[in-house]
Design a protein around this ligand. Structure first.
Ligand SMILES: Nc1ncnc2c1ncn2[C@@H]1O[C@H](COP(=O)(O)OP(=O)(O)OP(=O)(O)O)[C@@H](O)[C@H]1O
Ligand SMILES: [Mg+2]
Length: 202
C-alpha cells in the first residue's frame, strides 16, 4: 500500500533540543497541514514501561533486552499511532526513532545489523534529521535527573554512531549549537525542501 503521509524523524543526544525543535516545527506546519507530533518511547504500554520502570533506574538491562524493548515499543507505536496517521495523509513528526536504537544500543556494543533486523517491521522515515550538539554541552543543558544513558562517555559514543549515519547520508545533520530560533529555521528549510520534492503538500 502506498504511504500517503510524510514521516519525519528528529534525532540527537539527550538534551540536544529534539523536543523543543519538534514542537516548533509542528507549530510552523499546524496551520497548513494535518500534523501528528509524537515521540519515542511512545505513550503506549511498552513505552510507559520504558519511561516509568526503566530509564531512571540505576541498573541497565542486558543491552539486547534494552534493544528489544525499544523495538517492541516502536512496533506498538507504528501500529497504534504512526501508521494510522500516515494512512490519513498526515505529516508525522517523531521525536526519536530507529537511529536512537542504533546509536544507543549500538554504541553499547550491539551489532548495528542486528538492531536493524529487529526493527524491520517499523516503517522507513522519509527524512531523518540529527540535531548535533556536543556531549559536553548537552549534559550542561540537562538540569533534570539524568537517565542511565546520560554520562559523558556514553554520549560521546552515541554521537559517533549518529555521525556514521550522517556520513553515509541516512541522517541529515543540523548544527544544534546555535540558538533555538536559528536551529528551527535550518530544520524548517530542510523539511520544506522535502515536502516540495514530494509534491505532497505544496
Ligand atoms: N538551541 C538551544 N540552545 C540552548 N538551549 C536549548 C536549545 N535547544 C534546547 N535548549 C534547552 O535545552 C534543554 C533540553 O532541550 P530539549 O528538552 O528540547 O532536548 P531533548 O533533546 O528533547 O532532550 P531529552 O533527550 O531529554 O528529551 C531545554 O532546557 C531546552 O530549553
Ligand atoms: Mg525530549
Amino acid at each position: 500500500m502506498v504511504k500517503k503521509g510524510i514521516f519525519i524523524v528528529i534525532e540527537g543526544l539527550d538534551g540536544s533540543g529534539k523536543t523543543t525543535q519538534a514542537a516548533i516545527l509542528a507549530e510552523k506546519f499546524f496551520k497548513t497541514y494535518n500534523v501528528l507530533l509524537t515521540a519515542e518511547p511512545s505513550s503506549g504500554k511498552i513505552g510507559n514501561f520504558i519511561r516509568e520502570c526503566y530509564l531512571y533506574e540505576n541498573e541497565r538491562l542486558p543491552t539486547e533486552a534494552e534493544a528489544l524493548l525499544f523495538a517492541a515499543d516502536r512496533i506498538e507505536h507504528m501500529h497504534n499511532e504512526v501508521k494510522p496517521a500516515l494512512d490519513k495523509g498526515k505529516l508525522v513528526i517523531c521525536d526519536r526513532y530507529i537511529y536512537s536504537s542504533l546509536a544507543y544500543q549500538g554504541s553499547a556494543g550491539l551489532s548495528l545489523d542486528w538492531i536493524k533486523t529487529i526493527n524491520t517491521r517499523s516503517l522507513q522515515p522519509d527524512l531523518s534529521v540529527f540535531i548535533d550538539v556536543s556531549p559536553e554541552k548537552v549534559l550542561e543543558r540537562l538540569q533534570r535527573k539524568k537517565s542511565v544513558m546520560e554520562t559523558l562517555d556514553t554520549q560521546r559514543k552515541v554521537r559517533e554512531v549518529y555521525l556514521k549515519y550522517v556520513d553515509n547520508g541516512e541522517l541529515i545533520r543540523i548544527d544544534g549549537d546555535k540558538e533555538k530560533r536559528l536551529v528551527a529555521e535550518d530544520l524548517y528549510r530542510v523539511v520544506s525542501g522535502l515536502l516540495k520534492d514530494a509534491k505532497k503538500f505544496v
